[in-house]
Design a protein around this ligand. Structure first.
Ligand SMILES: NC(=O)C1=CN([C@@H]2O[C@H](COP(=O)(O)OP(=O)(O)OC[C@H]3O[C@@H](n4cnc5c(N)ncnc54)[C@H](OP(=O)(O)O)[C@@H]3O)[C@@H](O)[C@H]2O)C=CC1
Ligand SMILES: CC(C)(CO)C(=O)C(=O)O
Length: 309
């Protein structure tokens, strides 16, 4: 298949790299020194599922989607606050059946992208992985299954969704095709906005916030708030979503950290607005109380402002 990945960072480099190794025609859209390194040295991925290096001849590295042309699937792998610019790079990649998979945490990215390319072209998706850019042209898969969920906007099973799922499976990437992709997005938000938010608030990895009774209780209370906001938005999460998500927290590597935590610590712009911030915003809009999420959001807004100067 012909695949373009916009944003060849942690998740884009990992999933795009695996598809290229499996023989698909992959274009990694990157910029700056990272793009230069990809062109010169190729892509190196360290992963518990098997390390690999892709030679420059094994994929296209470009800063210009006009050089790529229409593809079957676009993996949109930039941060939420980078979507605006990334969306402007989409038109040359779009053919009649092109699907754009949004992999951002949060529930707002598909809506933003659909405003540019239409709902029929957008597959709301999630990535279950911890991956990061370890250096120029170098991605590190730290943990997590390396699993993708995605589907047509309205949840209908289509031939193109199944075809891409097969391509991913053939590339060693696990896939779940949810009956409703929005349930998967909300379930992921329920985890990152709360467990991710608490890690960033106390500046500690998953192992600490789940062992301390106080932070564990706050995570569970915040998760209950997110489920209530989802219901108010018309998305019914499974009845055991909080227990399931606490069990998911217990399965995370003890030293694992969410990107929200790493970004704030490093003084970078974070995705706070799209994670805990969106829960608070949508809670206000629907009249759903979110006191724990609002507390976490307030602390982190101040912490990010202070770190970024
Ligand atoms: N990392 C993870 O484990 C997971 C991440 N996610 C989600 O995936 C999304 C991406 O996260 P992550 O992979 O960590 O992010 P990274 O910052 O590692 O990667 C994003 C990459 O996209 C590049 N980029 C941004 N805009 C453009 C553009 N217009 N053209 C070309 N390249 C561009 C960035 O370059 P530059 O540095 O120059 O800005 C960077 O290399 C986030 O929304 C996150 O929530 C979801 C699950 C797990
Ligand atoms: C919390 C985590 C690792 C879960 O996959 C994530 O999505 C992120 O850090 O962006």
């Amino acid at each position: 298949m012909r695949i373009a990945v916009i944003g060849a960072g942690g998740i884009g480099g990992y999933f795009g790299g695996r598809l290229a190794v499996a023989g698909h025609e992959v274009a990694l859209v990157a910029r700056g020194e990272h793009l230069a390194a990809l062109r010169r040295d190729g892509l190196t991925v360290d992963s518990p599922k098997g390390d690999f290096t892709l030679a420059p001849a094994g994929f296209t590295a470009t800063g210009d989607t006009g050089e790529v042309g229409p593809v079957d699937v676009v993996l949109l792998c930039v941060k939420t606050w980078q979507l605006d610019e990334a969306v402007k790079a989409l038109p040359p990649l779009m053919g009649p059946g092109t699907a754009v998979i949004t992999l951002q945490n949060g529930v707002e990215a598909p809506v933003e992208v659909a405003e540019a390319v239409g709902r029929d072209a957008v597959w709301p998706g999630t990535a279950r992985i911890i991956a990061l850019l370890a250096g120029l042209g170098h991605v590190r898969h730290v943990g997590g299954a390396g699993l993708l969920t995605f589907g047509e906007w309205d949840g209908r099973r289509s031939a193109r969704v199944e075809r891409f799922a097969e391509a991913l499976n053939g590339a060693g990437v696990s896939v779940e095709l949810p009956a409703d992709p929005w349930v998967a997005l909300w379930a992921k938000l329920l985890f990152v906005a709360t467990a991710g938010g608490l890690c960033a608030t106390v500046e500690a990895p998953f192992g600490v916030i789940r062992e301390q009774a106080g932070t564990r209780a706050m995570v569970a209370a915040a998760m209950t708030e997110v489920a209530a906001v989802a219901a108010a938005e018309g998305v019914e999460l499974p009845a055991d979503i909080v227990d399931e998500s606490m069990a998911f927290l217990d399965r995370q590597p003890a030293e694992g950290t969410p990107s929200l935590h790493r970004d704030i610590l490093e003084g970078k712009r974070s995705e706070l607005e799209a994670w805990t911030g969106s829960v608070v915003r949508l809670g206000k809009r629907t009249g759903t109380p979110t006191p724990v999420c609002a507390f976490v959001y307030t602390i982190l807004s101040a912490r990010e402002a202070s770190r970024r100067g």
